[in-house]
Design a protein around this ligand. Structure first.
Ligand code: OSB
Ligand code: MG
Length: 389
């Protein structure tokens, strides 16, 4: 199979990627969620959105750090990302002109971990680069799709009737795949009930590491329901036990939390820990790693899809660009702005068509207007950093 550099990077003209970033701004903006979101690790009612913007030559690029306020999904938090960006990454980015994405990624690689913090800056850099070249982000990274298929991730509900209402509502507006959050006590019976009502839909489950290998027998009961996948059943950093479980289950395992970069993806595939990978740009440390994981999976025939972190429109716009790459063959967790927020910070907002697809914008950069007035009105903190003249 062709590699991405053959099929994708070739048409890009030989323009230098060099950007001399003059200014970096990091900002937190609180947006209430339309409805609380509950997973096996907890429940949130609002999202503290962490925005990053970078400026060069009169242009601004936007990114988002997807960390949550508490270290539940990952060890990173809004607070740790602020500290790492402020104390380490800003200096690395501003120290000299950025030759290209690989140059930026190499500077960040000197610091261990903190992928979401790094990704926020990589995202902003790539939006800026796309704008500087007057290309869409999708074009810049080699996207091939004009529309992407999307699904919805449904949090744990109070009752299964309430969940069925939700499923019904999202299927009615076109979503192509329903993902149910599960945890012990909210799993096999709930899945059976949803399957009974909807025998033919694309249905998956996401445990966010709520089980151990001792639950093998229980988890295998899920094999009866023709699920598209089970996402991250076991520990966030355990490839070995996922490989054991996968060898004993027919439902494909998809890894989310465990895939923290290209190396881990390769190891997971080599060990048989999963058959599908959920790529989140933030979790893997930015475009550099996300593109590499995409290319790896594409070359091995492993399906990937774009995960979500309840992003604002800015992070979502990056996800849409990423999901336009050829290997993204399964519907992503990229839902309409209105599924999350009463008002998003981009215009137009992200909408899902009746066929369960989202349009990939063709305008330069993110392809959406950033609603700065609204952002400023909801800002909790802002810090600015400038390159020494
Ligand atoms: O595990 O995929 C996950 C949201 C926050 C943190 C982790 C996850 C999720 C989701 C929601 O499933 C995806 C979305 O709609 O953004
Ligand atoms: Mg997940």
């Amino acid at each position: 199979m062709q590699t991405r550099s053959q099929i994708v990077t070739q048409p890009v003209p030989a323009v230098s990627d060099q950007l001399e970033i003059e200014k970096i701004e990091i900002r937190t903006v609180r947006l209430p969620l339309n409805e609380p979101f509950e997973t096996s690790s907890g429940r949130i009612e609002s999202r503290l959105i962490f925005l990053v913007s970078v400026e060069a030559g009169g242009l601004t690029g936007w990114g988002e750090v997807v960390a949550a306020e508490e270290p539940l999904y990952s060890y990173e938090t809004v607070g740790t990302a602020q500290q790492v960006i402020r104390d380490y990454l800003v200096a690395a980015m501003l120290s000299r002109p950025n030759a290209d994405l690989a140059d930026l990624a190499a500077r960040f690689a000197a610091f261990r971990g903190h992928n979401m913090a790094k990704a926020g800056l990589e995202l902003a850099y790539m939006d800026l680069l796309a704008r500087a070249r007057d290309r869409s982000l999708s074009q810049l990274i080699g996207g091939v799709r004009g529309r992407i298929a999307v699904g919805v991730s449904l949090g744990i509900q109070l009752t299964s009737d309430r969940l069925l209402e939700r499923v019904d509502q999202y299927l009615a507006v076109g979503y192509q795949r329903i993902k149910l959050k599960i945890k012990p006590g909210w799993d096999v019976d709930v899945v059976r009930e949803v399957r009974r009502h909807y025998p033919d839909i694309l249905l998956s489950v996401d445990a966010n590491s709520a089980y151990t290998i001792a639950d093998e027998h229980h988890l295998r009961a899920l094999d009866d329901f023709g699920l598209l996948m089970i996402e991250q059943p076991l520990d966030h950093d355990d490839l070995v036990e996922h490989a054991k479980l996968q060898s004993r289950m027919t439902t494909p395992i998809c890894l989310d939390e465990s895939i923290t970069g290209m190396k881990r993806a390769e190891q997971a595939l080599d060990m048989g820990s999963c058959q599908i990978i959920n790529i989140k740009i933030g979790r893997v440390g930015g475009y550099s790693q996300a593109l590499a994981i995409h290319d790896l999976c594409y070359s091995r025939g492993i399906p990937v899809w774009c995960g979500g972190m309840l992003e604002s429109g800015i992070g979502r716009a990056h996800n849409i660009a990423l999901a336009s790459l050829p290997g993204f063959s399964l519907p992503g967790d990229i839902s309409a702005s209105s599924r999350y927020f009463a008002r998003d910070m981009i215009a137009p907002e992200v909408t899902v068509a009746a066929d369960g697809t989202v349009e990939v914008p063709r305008a330069s950069g993110l392809g959406f207007e950033v609603d700065l007035d609204y952002i400023i009105s909801k800002t909790e903190t802002v810090e600015r950093f400038e390159r020494n003249a």
